[in-house]
Ligand binder design. Structure first.
Ligand SMILES: Nc1ncnc2c1ncn2[C@@H]1O[C@H](COP(=O)(O)OP(=O)(O)OP(=O)(O)O)[C@@H](O)[C@H]1O
Length: 657
């Protein structure tokens, strides 16, 4: 039979493989002479083109700086086509090495996978480069990528430090629920955030809180959290313990535990919760070891009953201290019994005794009066982390202007402080028709401070970049003696205190929407937020630790037991989903590294028991301020954000209060 006959089927070639679908031109298939393997030669990409990214030029404009991060800066910007305000997180990539920071890569990957009201959204990635980058002879040239995020009018650290903002308990409850909602979503999606702090909680003009900065987040191993089990999820693997900004770092991380869980995020939430009241980070350790002392000074040195695992951790030496708990003393002036109990359980030293996001949302504190407000309405100017230094200056200014106390038998007429003067409503701006709408800018402010104060605080944002929170210290330029280093006319964001600039009076103006009729004394309609199951992991509240039964160990405490039913101790409403009533077993067995074979759902994946040094000679704390290890110039180390050798200046924030 002739092979070339009309009936013969042409033999399948590799080339044919590509003639499917809508592929218009097929790439030429080459064969490697050495290996005899086939391959396709792709056309070389034009050096300006980055696939999947919009180009910066003609699409975006970069405005002022909002914050300083570890690997880049955050700017406010405008999307030119829509005139929408955006935040742009800049990632600088050196041309020479062409390396993209792994934290940024992680953050982008994770943000693309998350979609929740209380999580910041990644709008798109944008690419920018120096104009003559193609013929780059100089190594100073760089290209930048921008993460484009929706612009948020405030972050929680800015709000808490702003002397013109006063949060009521119902607002704090609302905010806490939003934080827990966002974090619950992250944990159920099997991520740990690992950098929960007030500066990473953003607030939009509608009073919606969004968790941001996923540069340290990572996928965890093991089952997602479940209401039935105390403690967090993710203990199935070893992770780096040098995570989380120091002041918000959980005790197990401080003691060097590598098998930690999502409970590290709950500790951060506890620190944030307490910060609502003290208006400054509550645990300001000066070094990693000092952080352990500061924690134990607040919560007491843990006994074996409190936290059995602690003595097996590398930093176990710290458990040799003898501090008494001071939490209740310190916070009883702000919180009720239920509130103190909530704080105590968020800040439980043993991560397995700490609340989870699910159980925290069900805590009775949220059901006692005042109930969570339905919506946050803040009388606010834009408040970001970078503003804290300015607030501090304002506060000092106010204090120095205070009227001296009157001698006995005399009275001094009180003049209004410049800060309290600013607590008025946001002035109504020109009507919409009076000018075409431009995205509201920073020039819009609730009410400008008096000119005298304004002059004294014409400070550049750049100078404020480090305020004790960020990990990269940028010292302000030295000022000649007697000269205010924050001089005027520096083009900083303080130009928003231009009293002639009014907020456009329309509902597209975030300032107006953020607080329509601004008055800090606004009464809120107190409507309870739904606390029922919202995800498939939430289960039946009857299994929760708050089921209210007198047999429940929590309620054997005479403080709760045999009390008439109140908001605090009344049982939660029953939800439809039934789950078996599994008893909570807290008997941790350090000898096998597990808590209990029956109850530990991470048992199978949990690695062998830790062999940590415990003697005082061996048990040296292994946490050091090691710099990021660069492999081939790229940030390959798992410890993506080690502590920079930075001096945290406590007085920076603390001496304000
Ligand atoms: N979408 C946004 N809108 C407004 N401001 C923002 C936005 N994103 C970030 N910021 C501001 O920039 C600051 C730093 O942002 P972010 O934490 O994401 O950067 P980072 O590089 O990860 O910083 P760090 O290393 O200190 O955690 C925030 O505290 C906030 O004030």
């Amino acid at each position: 039979m002739n092979d070339s006959g009309p009936t013969s089927v042409p033999p399948k070639t590799e080339f044919n493989k590509y003639k499917i679908g809508k592929v218009k031109s097929t790439p030429a298939i080459q064969r490697d002479a050495k290996t005899n393997l086939t391959y396709i030669k792709l056309r070389k990409r034009s050096s300006e083109k980055v696939y999947g990214c919009t180009v910066f030029q003609n699409h975006y404009r970069e405005d002022e700086k909002l914050g300083q991060g570890t690997f880049g800066e955050v700017y406010k910007g405008i999307h030119l086509e829509t005139q929408r305000q955006v935040a742009m997180k800049k990632i600088i990539v050196g041309v020479e090495k062409d390396l993209f920071p792994i934290t940024a890569q992680r953050e982008i990957t994770i943000l693309k996978r998350l979609n929740h009201k209380n999580i910041i959204k990644l709008i798109e990635m944008v690419y920018d480069h120096s104009p003559d980058i193609i013929n780059a002879a100089s190594t100073n040239l760089h290209k930048s990528f921008y993460m484009i995020l929706p612009y948020m009018v405030a972050d929680l650290s800015g709000v808490l430090h702003n002397p013109r903002i006063n949060l009521e308990t119902c607002d704090i409850k609302n905010m806490m629920l939003q934080i827990l909602e966002g974090l619950n979503y992250i944990h159920c999606a099997k991520f740990m955030h690992r950098d929960i702090k007030t500066a990473n909680i953003l607030i939009d003009h509608n009073g919606v809180l969004k968790l941001a900065d996923f540069g340290l987040a990572r996928l965890y191993y093991g089952c997602p959290p479940n209401l039935k089990y105390p403690g967090g999820a993710g203990s199935g693997a070893k992770y780096t313990s040098v995570v989380v900004t120091r002041w918000y770092r959980a005790p197990e991380l401080v003691l060097g535990d590598k098998h930690y869980t999502t409970a590290v995020d709950i500790w951060g939430v506890g620190c944030v919760f307490a910060e609502f009241f003290e208006k400054k980070p509550i645990l300001q350790g000066k070094t990693d070891i000092d952080q352990g002392h500061v924690i134990f000074k607040l919560l007491g040195t843990p006994t074996e009953d409190d936290w059995a695992m602690a003595r097996y951790l590398p930093g176990a030496e710290l458990t040799g201290t003898n501090y008494k708990p001071t939490l209740k003393e310190r916070f009883c002036k702000y919180l009720t019994e239920a509130g103190l109990d909530f704080l105590g359980q968020l800040l439980a030293l043993d991560p397995y005794k700490r609340l989870t996001t699910m159980s925290a949302k069900l805590h009775p504190w949220f059901r006692e009066d005042p109930l969570p407000s339905e919506k946050i309405t803040l009388p606010t100017e834009e408040s970001h982390e970078a503003d804290i230094k300015r607030y501090k200056e304002e506060m000092h200014q106010t204090l120095s202007q205070r009227v001296p106390t009157a001698p006995r038998g005399h009275t001094i007429e009180k003049s209004e402080s410049p800060i309290s003067k600013n607590r008025g409503p946001i002035p109504k701006g020109p009507k919409k028709d009076e000018g075409f709408f431009l995205a509201p800018s920073r020039d819009i402010v609730a009410k400008p401070p008096p000119p005298k104060m304004r002059d004294q605080h014409q400070n550049s944002r750049q100078h404020h970049a480090n305020n004790g929170y960020s990990k990269v210290a940028i010292s302000p330029p030295a000022a000649p003696t007697g000269v205010n280093r924050y001089s005027a006319n520096n083009g900083s964001r303080n130009n928003r205190f231009n009293s002639s600039t009014m907020a456009p009076n329309n509902n597209r103006n975030p300032v107006n929407r953020f607080h329509p009729e601004t008055n800090i004394n606004t009464k809120y309609t107190k409507v309870p937020l739904p606390l029922g199951p919202q995800s498939r992991y939430q289960g039946n509240s009857a299994d929760s630790r708050y089921k209210g039964s007198p047999n429940d160990s929590r309620y054997r405490n005479p403080r709760y037991f045999n009390k008439p039913e109140t908001n605090f101790n009344k049982p939660l409403p029953k939800y439809s989903r039934q789950e078996p009533n599994v008893p909570i077993n807290r008997n941790f067995n350090p000898s096998n590294g597990s808590r209990d074979a029956i109850f530990d759902h991470h048992q199978e994946s949990r690695p062998p028991p830790p062999q940590f040094p415990v003697s005082s000679s061996q048990g040296q704390h292994q946490l050091t301020n090691k710099p990021i290890e660069k492999k081939n110039g790229s940030f390959m180390d798992e410890r993506v954000k080690p502590d920079e050798p930075k001096e945290f200046d406590n007085s920076d924030i603390a001496d304000l209060y």
